[in-house]
Design a protein around this ligand. Structure first.
Ligand code: FAD
Length: 361
């Protein structure tokens, strides 16, 4: 059985920043990710990030992954790629599985930064080949250079639905429509405007009713929905297409935290079940920290800052605090507060406040 001071599970922006921070402070760190390439969601994001200059605004996600990877390489972090953490034994012992073997890794502190999984939607035919999650479509196109289809229906007009629709058009794939059950577009209007200029219809108060086809998707029936999201009779429309792309939200990947016996809470504003955590990003299980989407669905900039907070606190728990660790924590917290003042963060702030209210209960 191998041993380390701090084990970080997940090599997305949150896990990378946690590992870089803890390692630079002087901790012995091991980072495990189930992909061969580190970066999490970032490696499929070819668009330039929005937000603040100090958080890589104007830089493509894929380039942010390279910057963080180079920073990680300049530390002594031990990286275990292509390996899934499949279990947690008592005493902070992780079960690791790669393609050929199972092994164990004991750690003193654990940072869980496993990100999120895409949500599915219930409708007849949702299991036909040709129905994808938006992340899968992005992986096919932007990581492997494979077109998912020729004509697509996008379900969901959040930032992910809008950005992936735009990337589909850039790859010369027709987007028949974006349907959105809410009466308004839920992502940034700057992305919606780009699509509208390209002639892609964004149909609000609409949803998919059925996927058509036997062997694979050949079309879809869409319809209007009322304010309770029920289908409005006689508004069905049939579209001919070969791909249906679902961008209907993400759910934190919290299995390890359930297994660790962490106090879990269902917080819709954070995307589902999350582990209760304090401002150190520590769960109610001493020495187990969370960072990024697993602690509440948000964005890469906040995932990186939460990673820094978790990495520095995990270091302090093992080795005590020093001026450098204090400075990192203060700066990351200040930046987190500033980012979360924006109108798009209201939901997350409300969710995180619910966790604060639960403290001590
Ligand atoms: C289309 C799209 C566009 C976006 N655009 C922006 C944007 O412009 N600006 C922005 O700030 N954010 C954006 N985001 C959001 C951002 O990508 C995420 O919030 C961010 O990647 C979350 O980081 P994370 O480290 O928590 O998780 P992830 O990036 O999901 O990384 C988690 C990693 O953990 C690995 N993992 C999970 N479970 C295990 C396990 N058991 N064992 C080993 N490894 C495991 C995963 O494979 C993954 O590599 C976008 C997201 C999408 C999908």
């Amino acid at each position: 059985m191998r041993e380390t001071g701090i084990a970080v599970v997940g090599g997305g922006p949150a896990g990378l920043c946690a590992a870089i921070t803890a390692s630079r402070l002087g901790a012995q760190v091991c980072l495990i990710d189930d992909n061969d390439r580190l970066g999490g969601q970032l490696i499929k994001q070819t668009h330039k990030f929005f937000g603040d200059k100090s958080h890589y605004c104007g830089t493509r996600g894929i380039d942010i992954a390279s910057i963080l990877f180079q920073e990680l390489e300049s530390t002594s972090t031990r990286v275990i790629p292509g390996t899934s953490v499949v279990g947690l034994y008592p005493g902070h012992v992780l079960g690791l599985a790669d393609r050929s073997r199972f092994s164990k890794l004991a750690c003193k502190s654990l940072i869980v930064a496993t990100g999120a999984a895409e949500n599915n939607l219930l409708f007849p035919g949702n299991d036909l080949p040709g129905v994808y999650g938006a992340g899968a479509v992005q992986t096919l196109m932007n990581v492997h250079g494979v077109r998912p289809g020729r004509r697509v229906l996008m379900v969901g007009s959040g930032n992910i639905g809008l950005i992936v629709s735009y990337q589909l058009v850039q790859a010369e794939i027709q987007v028949a429509a974006v349907v959105e059950a809410l009466p308004n577009i839920s992502g940034y209007h700057v992305h919606a405007a780009k699509l509208a200029r390209l002639g892609v219809p964004i149909l609000t108060s609409h949803t998919i009713k059925t996927a058509l086809g036997h062997e694979s998707v050949t079309g879809a029936v869409i319809c209007k929905v009322d304010k309770n999201f029920g289908p409005v009779p006689r508004t069905e429309r049939q579209l001919k297409l070969d791909t249906i792309c679902l961008a209907v939200g993400l759910t934190p990947l919290a299995e390890i935290l359930w297994q660790a016996g962490c106090q879990m809470a269902y917080v819709p504003e954070l995307g589902g079940h999350v582990a209760w955590h304090d401002e150190k990003m520590q769960t109610n299980q001493k020495g187990i920290y969370v960072a990024g989407d697993v602690s509440g669905i948000e964005e890469a900039s906040t995932a990186m800052l939460e990673g820094r907070v978790a990495g520095a606190h995990a270091f302090e728990q093992l080795r005590g605090s020093n001026t450098q660790s204090r400075r990192i924590i203060e700066q990351a917290r200040t930046e987190l507060r500033a980012i979360r003042q924006g109108p798009f963060s209201r939901r997350v702030v409300c969710g995180k406040n619910k966790l604060v209210e639960m403290a001590g209960k």
